[in-house]
Ligand binder design. Sequence first.
Ligand SMILES: *Cc1c(COP(=O)(O)O)cnc(C)c1O
Length: 397
Amino acid sequence: MTTAQQWIERGDRCIATTYGRYPLVAARGEGCYLWDVDGRRYLDFLAGVAVNNLGHCHPKVVAALQRQAQTLLHCSNYYHIPSQIELAELLCANSFGERVFFCNSGAEANEAAMKLVRRHSLEHHGENRFEVITALASFHGRTIGTISATGQDAVRKGYNPVVPGFRYVPFGDIDAMRAAVSDKTCAVLLEPIQGEGGVNVAPPGYLRAVREFCDEHQLLLVFDEVQVGCGRTGKLFAYQHDDVAPDIMTLAKGLAGGPPIGAMVATDAVAATFVPGTHGSTFGGNPLVTAAAVAALRVLLEDGVLENCLTMGDYLRQRLEDFCRRYPFAVEVRGRGLILALQLNIPGGEIVKQALEQGLLINCTADTVLRFVPPLIVSRGEIDDAMTILDDVFGEV
Ligand SMILES: *Cc1c(COP(=O)(O)O)cnc(C)c1O
């Protein structure tokens, strides 16, 4: 049998070095648990970075994949694909959306959105109106286009020239947005809650103010719900908490409960700009992943997952707030539903390593923010176990 150390050495010789990886070699997963090749079990409160929303290997998702794998793995978008149609119907029936473009990742969904807003603006407002306002500390992906949209210098470093046409404003500051608009602006792109940027929740009234601002200036509003959509906040989509509908929404991470998928959801009027030949994707909306996503979305909507997310989110928040009272380096809890952050006043990297050694997977974003995005099916007992481990780790700091 190949040992963990042997896998790590083999990987070190042939895998691109884009990630700093922890010394965990993944073998299998079930529910909220991940096992390594040595048979060690970890409580997974990272969940593939908010991908495994239904836990690892949810039986209904696995069954849908198995059924579809035996029937039709792939088929070109030159033809009609039933599971793709079913998924689009489900997304539209449960959101503001009326049409869906499918792709394979969050970055691609945002690329589709950026292409759509440019083309829509050209059609409706003429030349030279192409700028998009995005937020500082945002994250929209790793392609050339999406690093250009992302309001963090670090992700653009070394890749100049980036795509022109983006202006960054502080998240939550409507006056800064007013100051950034010009006759070149065509859209605003925002995460309702910034995930990678440190779990920053839009202040009350901000999304509504942005919607009104967009209407006033005839700008399209795009919500990047790649991380916070698909039930993560306790509603199917994060924008539904504020009752503020965008013109376009992008989805990916949790949409299929594990398999790679991306989607751009738009109103009919806006989506109409994408006539045949203007955009496309070979794998986008492929039978296999859309069959999985239909099953995953039905579980989210029908099996009490959103309710569990809200009650367990409240419970995890209380437990994290308790740490703020007991440890001087834990200063604030942020988030909504089951995307929660514990803001530290010290770097969190070492805590993440120690937690992993004790069997708990979490991560640290923006240097000092511990992020908790467990599966939405997490139980009280699993939260208790995770908090016991964290308490031990904090005790050693
Ligand atoms: C993860 C993420 C992306 C990028 O998704 P990929 O699938 O990695 O391309 C985009 N936007 C947000 C908000 C994300 O969290």
